[in-house]
Every structure is written in structure tokens, then in C-alpha cells.
Design a protein around this ligand. Structure first.
Ligand SMILES: NC(=O)c1ccc[n+]([C@@H]2O[C@H](COP(=O)([O-])OP(=O)(O)OC[C@H]3O[C@@H](n4cnc5c(N)ncnc54)[C@H](O)[C@@H]3O)[C@@H](O)[C@H]2O)c1
Length: 267
């Protein structure tokens, strides 16, 4: 028996990085996994690759910032699989111009990333994906889980940046702090129900999101100064944390954020 045998899982942002590693891990533990992402072409290819070894992983396109799109995703999953048991909200952006899979230069002029120089529309883009997207995923998943009356778990991906300020990334840090509080508040509201909600706040992990950092020796030095274990984490190390929080192994956890970050945040 796997930790998620016969469970139906939905993973937003599930075709890349932390979501993808978690999808593979959940499937290996017996789950039927729906990976949902904004990029349809990349998504179909990824799901084909991921399910090549026989894992039950399928792709559904979603834009997490759009309520109707998320409603359609969950309605489709429940119509075809009968229910949804566990949800991982992993879709996210590191900045308003971040496109997953594309490596961009880190802003040459740090002055441009100072808070007083940031544009409202850029701020709103980050909040739309990282905060509103996660909120909608939680709201719609909880609605289905309450109706089903079966045990449900939700895991939100926040970041250590939600606890530890990163200069030049005020929008990202605030969005991740919001995910931590969203998780605690929602979990507390539903604490006597059949639904548990927890979060993960990773440190620096090797995924497409950190590709630009990894190609900059100066940035890598900064990352190492912040990380007592002196290495970036692997996506599989976050997938293990997600699996724990998604499964009955974490049955007495609710509203908490775990911070796998090589000792970067121990508060
Ligand atoms: N990699 C890290 O070091 C790190 C650290 C802490 C937190 N995180 C968080 O982990 C999560 C996953 O990041 P990752 O590192 O795997 O990056 P990633 O770019 O590999 O994956 C993010 C995925 O989200 C999808 N996405 C973006 N906007 C979307 C939208 N509107 N609708 C649907 N899908 C959308 C992207 O297409 C991509 O597949 C993010 O929330 C990120 O902020 C990452």
C-alpha cells in the first residue's frame, strides 16, 4: 500500500519544478494525479513524459487567476474521478515577468527593483497568481471536499520569503506571507471538518524558477550565505514534505507551514 493509494490528487503548477516532482511522488504512492497548469503545450508533453512509466498522471489546462477556469478544472476532475482527495497549490511566479522554463537575466540595476520604483500592475500580477490563485484553489477544493464528506487535504506552497525579507522582491515576499496566513486562517475555520490545510515554505530549490540564480556566481554566493547547509535543495525534498502533509502521516497537523530550507529559517 502506498501513502496515497486510490486517492485523487490535483496539483496546480504540476508540470514543472516542485509541482512536477510532487506529482511523480504522489503517483508512485498510488494516487491518480491531475496536473493543472497554464501552459497547454508544455503540459501535454510533460504529462506524457511523466506517465510513460505507467503512472496515472494526466494534464488539464488551468489559469489559477481565473475562478471559472479553476471551477472547470475541479468539476472535470470530480466528474471523471468521482472526487478530489488531496490538492497541492504549487502554481506560482517569482516576479511579474517570470515565465517558467525561460531563463532571464537578473535585473542588472538593483535600483529598478527597489520598492518605490515598482509598478502597480506588476505587483497585481504577482498577487493574482500567488495569492488569489491559491485562495481560489483552496476555496473550490474545500467546497468539493465538504460536499463529498470524505477526508481531504490541501497543501499550499508558500516560501521562506514569506518569513524572511528578500531585498528587491517585496511583491514575492508579501505574496508568500499571505499564503502562510491564508493557510492558518482557512485551516482554523475548518478545523472540525473533514479537511486539513497546511503549507510548505521552501528555501532555495533547484527548479526552473532558480535557473537565473544558479547561473550567477554572485547570486549563488548570496544564497550560500543565507543557507547554513550550504546547498540548494532538490525538488524531491519538497515532494517528500508535500507527500507527508497530503497523507495521513500528518493527521495531527493543521494550519502549519513547514520550512524545508537547509536551516535558512528556523523560527
Ligand atoms: N524553486 C524555489 O526555490 C522555490 C522556493 C520557494 C517557493 N517556491 C514556490 O514553489 C512553487 C513552484 O515553483 P517552482 O520552483 O516549481 O517553479 P516552476 O516555474 O518550475 O513551476 C511553476 C509552475 O506554475 C505554473 N503557473 C504559473 N502561473 C500560472 C497560472 N496563472 N495558472 C496555472 N499555472 C501557472 C507555471 O507554468 C509552472 O509550471 C511556486 O509557488 C514558487 O513560488 C519555489
Amino acid at each position: 500500500m502506498g501513502l496515497l493509494t486510490d486517492k485523487v490528487a490535483v496539483i496546480t503548477g504540476g508540470i514543472s519544478g516542485l509541482g512536477r516532482a510532487s506529482a511523480l511522488r504522489y503517483a508512485a504512492e498510488g494516487a491518480s494525479v491531475v496536473v493543472a497548469d497554464i501552459n497547454a503545450e508544455r503540459g501535454k508533453n510533460a504529462a506524457e513524459e511523466m506517465s510513460a512509466g505507467g503512472a496515472s498522471i494526466e494534464f488539464v489546462q488551468v489559469d489559477v487567476t481565473c475562478e471559472a477556469s479553476q471551477q472547470a478544472l475541479f468539476n472535470d476532475v470530480v466528474a471523471r474521478h468521482g472526487r478530489v482527495d488531496t490538492v497541492l497549490a504549487a502554481a506560482g511566479v517569482s516576479s511579474s515577468d517570470y515565465i517558467s522554463g525561460e531563463v532571464s537575466e537578473i535585473e542588472a540595476d538593483p535600483e529598478e527593483r527597489m520598492f518605490h520604483n515598482r509598478m502597480l500592475e506588476d505587483w497585481e500580477k504577482v498577487m493574482a497568481v500567488n495569492v488569489t490563485g491559491v485562495m481560489l484553489t483552496n476555496k473550490i477544493a474545500i467546497t468539493h471536499m465538504l460536499a463529498q464528506q470524505t477526508k481531504g487535504t490541501i497543501v499550499n506552497i508558500a516560501s521562506i520569503a514569506g518569513r524572511r525579507p528578500l531585498p528587491g522582491a517585496s511583491d514575492y515576499c508579501v505574496s508568500k506571507a499571505a499564503v502562510i496566513m491564508l493557510t492558518s486562517t482557512v485551516a482554523t475555520e475548518y478545523s472540525t471538518s473533514n479537511v486539513r490545510v497546511n503549507a510548505i515554505g521552501p528555501g532555495f530549490i533547484e527548479t526552473p524558477m532558480t535557473a537565473n540564480i544558479r547561473q550567477s556566481p554572485e547570486w549563488m554566493e548570496t544564497v550560500m550565505q543565507m543557507t547554513p547547509m550550504q546547498r540548494m535543495g532538490q525538488a524531491g525534498e519538497i515532494a517528500s514534505t508535500a507527500l507527508f502533509l497530503a497523507s495521513d502521516e500528518s493527521s495531527y497537523f493543521n494550519g502549519q507551514t513547514l520550512f524545508p530550507g537547509g536551516g535558512m529559517y528556523v523560527g
